[in-house]
Design a protein around this ligand. Structure first.
Ligand code: NOJ
Length: 541
């Protein structure tokens, strides 16, 4: 079975893979109850084969009260019954693998659900118990312990401490229902190593590590002092020892890691990618970058340089389940992504955003390294406006209702234009409402249209796999691309394999550089064969 995989020939599949992110709850509903599930994913595997992806990353599919969309894990060895069963997950992993698609699962080591057996035991055991040592329980400050133990701010906003009836407080960098684990405790390390093995044993090829730079805390849990190194809970040196031990386990199985590492400092970021640590990490600098040639070029150069320093491949990401969908973001005045700047009612030009998203797709898929796609990106879905009374994301509530939250990019996918709920599969209403025009984005409609976003992604991924211009020339090492001279506002580069990519972000149309064939463009050339604004071309040389 595995021998039929084209990428099986190399253990380095992950260095240039196209990896598709599935947010299970919203991908496809196999049993009609309004929530996506594993049966739905299995039914849609042909879509992923036709799209041409090498791997799927599943956001957490484990038992969870879904207080944070599954990033509140109650049991890593059980699939949430809303999604299916462990047997179905095993079947799905095997079936995908037969089709040439590998599976990456999500592990959330910073915290667990407040319904996890460990946390329930810690609550029951009370102050001073060994059960509480697995978490960060503290007494409060103030005359009566009525104030939180320190001044930290939650990643979701607000105070990251909750007080219990017995008077103790517990730390949660995210929502109240996500108590942080104490990584200084050997049982925490041991348990996670066991969880990794559990999934590797089931044929999983990789693990995405949630909040990978946050696990370790200063044991004194001191107040935050701006500029003081090390930070009390971000990017602490002790983390690297944890990832070295994880790497040794992954190596036993030939599996790989992708870390969710949000760090602006490129030298610190690259430390996670040293040869005995994580294989890859998400490129958030590129993801958050505005649609501006200079900024993108700086982000690309920075990415290539930081990865070259440790011999790791770059990743290229335009969106995921946490950020504003690309066609919406690029259609706004401010095209940068910033969690703190999100607000309701931002004016958006979707036609402009879609043109830019098409150009950005070809730009990012031409860059050397691995590429991540988020479900619905291939359909050009916009960010949906969720009625306030239907919002579920804790980020919205913890902002006091000012942040629209992340549900707008998590709306159940449209598969068939004519079917109820745009073919998501539900007979009951989907867990998040779909916008009225959702069926116009349906996969079946786009499949039949050569100009659609879906057709663009299919053709781009096909060329990315088959076109010799994308091959990495032997001995080229990190130097897999070279910038070509270009007009201001234009990004033009050649890959060592010969592909030329030109993206025009400037106002004026530009001549294409010398080439033998035009492989693909994100939009039509003008009447004189020039590349218009917000358009990317792939050329064969
Ligand atoms: C990052 C995940 O991508 C996000 O969805 C989640 O809310 C936080 N980590 C907490 O687990």
């Amino acid at each position: 079975m595995a021998a039929s995989l084209p990428s099986e020939a190399t253990a380095n599949w992950w260095r240039d893979a196209a990896i598709y992110q599935i947010y299970v709850r919203s991908f496809a509903d196999g049993d009609g109850d309004g929530t996506g599930d594993l049966a739905g994913v299995r039914a849609k595997l042909p879509h992923l084969v036709e799209l041409g992806v090498d791997a799927i990353w599943f956001t957490p599919w484990y038992l969870s009260p879904l207080a944070d969309g599954g990033y509140d894990v109650a049991d890593y060895r059980t699939i949430d019954p809303a999604f299916g069963s462990l047997a179905e997950a095993e079947k799905l992993i095997a079936q995908a693998r037969e089709l040439g698609i590998r599976t990456i699962v999500d592990v959330v080591p910073n915290h667990v659900s407040d319904q996890h057996a460990w946390f329930r035991a810690a609550l029951a055991a009370g102050p001073g118990s060994p059960e509480r040592e697995l978490f960060h329980f503290r007494t409060g400050r103030g005359t009566d312990g009525e104030l939180p133990p320190n001044d930290w701010v939650s990643e979701f906003g607000g105070v990251p401490w909750t007080r219990l009836e017995d008077g103790e407080w517990y730390l949660h960098l995210f929502a109240t229902q996500q108590p942080d684990l104490n990584w200084a405790h050997p049982a925490v390390r041991h348990e996670h190593e066991d969880v990794l093995r559990f999934w590797f044993e089931r044929g999983v090829s990789g693990v995405r590590i949630d909040s990978a730079a946050l696990l370790v805390k200063d044991p004194a849990l001191p107040d935050f002092v701006k500029g003081r190194d090390p930070h009390p809970f971000t990017d602490r040196d002790e983390l690297h020892d944890i990832y070295r031990s994880w790497r040794a386990i992954a190596d036993e199985y030939g599996a790989v890691f992708v870390g969710e590492v949000w760090l602006p400092d490129s030298e610190r970021f690259a430390r996670y990618l040293r040869p005995d640590e994580l294989h890859t990490a998400f490129n958030f600098n590129f993801l958050a970058c505005p649609w501006a040639a200079g900024r993108l070029r700086t982000a690309i150069d920075g990415t290539i340089a930081e990865h070259a320093s440790v011999g790791a491949p770059a990743t290229w990401v335009l969106c995921n389940h946490d950020v504003t969908r690309t066609v919406t973001r690029y259609g706004r005045e401010d095209t940068e992504f910033d969690f703190g700047a999100k607000s309701f009612g931002t004016p958006t030009d979707l036609a402009l955003g879609t043109r830019r998203a098409r150009a950005a797709a070809l730009l990012s898929l031409a860059l050397p390294g691995a590429a991540y796609l988020y479900q619905g990106e291939e359909l050009g879905l916009p960010e949906a406006d969720i009625p306030r009374d239907r919002i579920q994301d804790p980020m919205h509530f913890r902002s006091g209702g000012t942040d629209p939250g992340r549900d707008g990019c998590r709306v159940p996918l449209p598969w068939s234009a004519q079917a109820p709920y745009a073919g998501f599969g539900s007979t009951a209403e989907p867990w998040l409402p779909q916008p009225a025009d959702w069926s116009s984005y349906a996969a079946d409609r786009q499949s039949a249209d050569p100009q659609s976003m879906l057709s663009l992604y299919r053709e781009a991924l096909r060329l990315r796999r088959t076109e010799p211009g994308f091959r990495v020339a032997a001995g080229s090492g990190a130097q897999q691309m070279t910038w070509l001279p270009s007009a201001p506002g234009v990004l033009a580069f050649t890959r060592t394999g010969g592909l030329i990519c030109v993206a025009n972000l400037g106002a004026e149309p530009v001549e294409l550089p010398g080439h033998t064939d035009i492989l693909l463009t994100s939009g039509p050339l003008d009447g004189e064969g020039r590349l218009p604004q917000d358009t990317t071309a792939w050329l064969r040389n």
